[in-house]
Design a protein around this ligand. Structure first.
Ligand code: GDP
Ligand code: IMO
Ligand code: MG
Length: 426
């Protein structure tokens, strides 16, 4: 079985929880995009892990891969690996030689670029993501395999510096000695990570040939995709299912199942259009109920109602087979529950979703309301069955299925692994 799990909204849909839930059915878990901007939460027997670079299957799969499409801060990766007990003794960790390296200089550049954008600033995670992908496409980037050679690291750092000198002139990196410190630190990380570096596309393909099951874990979400999201309020990589072909070197045609993770409402961190956004007391209530604060930055997340037109777009782009619906427990506790079913402008339905701030202003959104289902407690074993959900919650799920024409295969009712209803077994 070859599966891809990815977010259909603005990120933070609960991909980490879903990937971890599924990961004991898979031999290999692969990340293929993004870097430390991702924050994927996994709760295992009460212990909480926040993965930024490691795949969320790292607690249970036998092989985990950080693919070539990722941008990796090697020092952060070493720390993250050390935070998972016995990771490298029980799990084979593979890092693509071709993944690009995020350095402290890229993080400084990220903040500098944000300042310069002024009113167009994106609200990035300041993890150096944009500048590292800029260097990748400028063909000046440092790749993971470069970390094994001090002279190459130095040449590339100096090239990056010459190209970005203006941006760096009032930072510590205008000092040659500081840049040399970065070179040395990167080289030392290379010595620690060298044993994990491989041409991971070969490993993934060999596993496929052997008949291993593989799960690809997308970071971010469809509406943050650099091409199809709400540009420029997006991340710097593609976040669609097809991006795994490029970000892992595995042919998308061989994927059996595309699982789209959908939060029962919507959240977004950072700036940009958000048609169904809530404001005032209702927003504060939903944010508090869902603990909606960024995993990577701690920023309060913007929140709003589920947006079906947006989901239809995401389902089409990703060719979604099944939905994992998360946080149904959270949404049920609201005093009222709405779902956006259509966008209108000047009395006419829109046949596309708004992609820019100006396209999303002056919209007339149509909503359908649902009865709240309140707080749901699992039975004593923590097990939940779909049939035991209140009728109003089932109405919500079935309405979504009908409108989207896609089955809801998993329902997540809490952060822990066992608070999950698996409808794919039937
Ligand atoms: P990701 O980036 O898509 O992996 O999502 P994050 O981990 O950034 O954010 C999702 C948050 O919701 C995390 O704190 C999860 O522990 C939590 N979570 C995931 N699924 C559920 C659920 O069904 N119910 C509740 N209450 N929390 C959930
Ligand atoms: P996961 O994988 C939510 C958002 C940032 C910002 C924009 C660009 O946890 O779902 P970047 O640092 O990538 O240049 O920021 O994208 N963003 C995310 N929002 N979840 C994420 O990842 C995100 N990764 C980036 O908030 O608006
Ligand atoms: Mg997240």
């Amino acid at each position: 079985m070859i599966c891809v799990v990815l977010g259909l909204q603005f990120g933070d849909e609960g991909k980490g929880k879903v990937t971890d839930f599924l990961s004991d059915r898979f031999d290999v878990v692969v990340r293929f995009n993004g870097g430390g901007n991702a924050g994927h939460t996994v709760v295992d027997e009460g212990k909480t892990y926040k993965f930024h670079l490691l795949p969320s299957g790292s607690l249970r799969a036998s092989t985990v891969v950080l693919g070539n499409g990722m941008v990796i801060d090697p020092a952060a990766l070493i720390k993250e690996m050390e935070g998972v007990e016995n990771l490298t003794t029980r799990t084979r960790v593979v890092i693509s030689k071709m993944a690009h390296v995020v350095t402290p200089i890229h993080k400084t550049l990220d903040s500098k670029e944000e300042q310069l954008r002024g009113r167009l600033s994106i609200g990035t995670t300041a993890q150096g993501i944009g500048p590292t992908y800029e260097d990748k496409y400028a063909r000046t980037g440092i790749r993971m395999m470069d970390l094994l050679d001090r002279d190459i690291i130095r040449d590339k750092i100096e090239t990056i510096y010459r190209m970005k000198e203006k941006l760096l002139e009032d930072t510590i990196y205008s000092s040659a000695a500081e840049r040399e410190k970065v070179v040395e630190e990167l080289y030392q990380t290379g010595r620690k990570l060298g044993a994990f570096l491989e041409y991971s596309e070969d490993l993934i393909y060999n596993e496929y040939r052997k008949g291993s099951s593989i799960i690809f874990e997308g970071a971010q979400g469809t509406m943050l995709d650099i091409d199809f999201g709400m540009y420029p309020y997006v991340t710097s990589s593609n976040a669609l299912s097809g991006a795994l072909s490029l970000g892992a070197g595995f042919p998308f045609r061989k994927v059996n199942t595309v699982m789209g993770v959908v939060k029962a409402y919507v959240s977004r961190v950072g700036a940009g259009p958000f048609p169904t956004e809530l404001t005032g007391a209702a927003a504060d209530h939903l944010r508090d109920l869902g603990h909606e604060y960024g995993t990577t930055t701690g920023r309060p997340r913007r929140v709003g109602w589920l947006d079906l037109p947006m989901l239809k777009y995401a389902i089409r782009l990703n060719d979604v087979d099944t939905i994992a619906l998360t946080k149904l427990d959270t949404l049920g506790q609201m005093n009222e529950i709405n779902v956006c079913t259509a966008y209108y402008r000047d009395g006419k339905p829109l046949d596309h979703i708004p992609r820019t701030l100006s396209e999303s202003s002056g919209l007339d959104l149509r909503f359908r309301s649902f009865e709240p289902w309140g707080k749901i407690e699992p039975d004593n074993d923590g097990i939940m069955n779909y049939e035991d959900l209140p009728e109003s919650a089932r109405n919500y799920v079935e309405f979504i299925e009908k409108e989207l024409g896609v089955k809801v295969g998993l329902i997540s009712m809490g952060e822990s692994r066992k608070s999950t209803i698996d409808r794919m077994k039937h």
